[in-house]
Design a protein. Structure first.
Length: 134
């Protein structure tokens, strides 16, 4: 995506309110222009068709959509990447990828994992509190 010379990337937080006529109004609450500011999704549970994961805390995934055609959601620490043409598709894909990653990492012996994947395994097993099979 081409960025104009005088433009700055920013992430904003909006307050969305329902109007008296039943519509909605948006008011900018905060605007973050630092390069460290990112748009993200945060979950305290992950649900797929087969399993429900209750997490001990919040797990964040960074959102990008540089090409404006698809939404990419990722957590680099867990080596989880997903995408979709809509936010709902991307969210469903991230849940499936989380499930696959959890199951795969917990099956593999630690000695067979790279340092990065061993760290991911330790983190994912730490953050998952309960798993319910459906």
């Amino acid at each position: 995506v081409a960025v104009e010379k005088d433009s700055v990337e920013a992430v904003g937080k909006f307050i969305i309110s329902r109007t008296a006529k039943g519509g909605t109004s948006k008011k900018l609450s905060h605007l973050y222009t630092q390069k460290e500011a990112v748009l993200s999704l945060t979950f305290d549970s992950i649900e797929t068709d087969k399993r429900f994961y209750q997490l001990k805390g919040k797990l964040s995934f960074e959102i990008t959509n540089d090409d404006k055609k698809s939404i990419v959601v990722e957590n680099q620490l867990l080596d989880i990447y997903a995408q979709g043409s809509t936010m709902l598709e991307a969210e469903q894909d991230i849940f499936e990828q989380f499930d696959y990653t959890y199951r795969r990492l917990t099956e593999i012996d630690d000695k067979k994992l790279s340092r990065h994947l061993l760290d991911a395994k330790k983190y994912i097993t730490l953050i998952v509190d309960k798993i319910k099979e459906k």
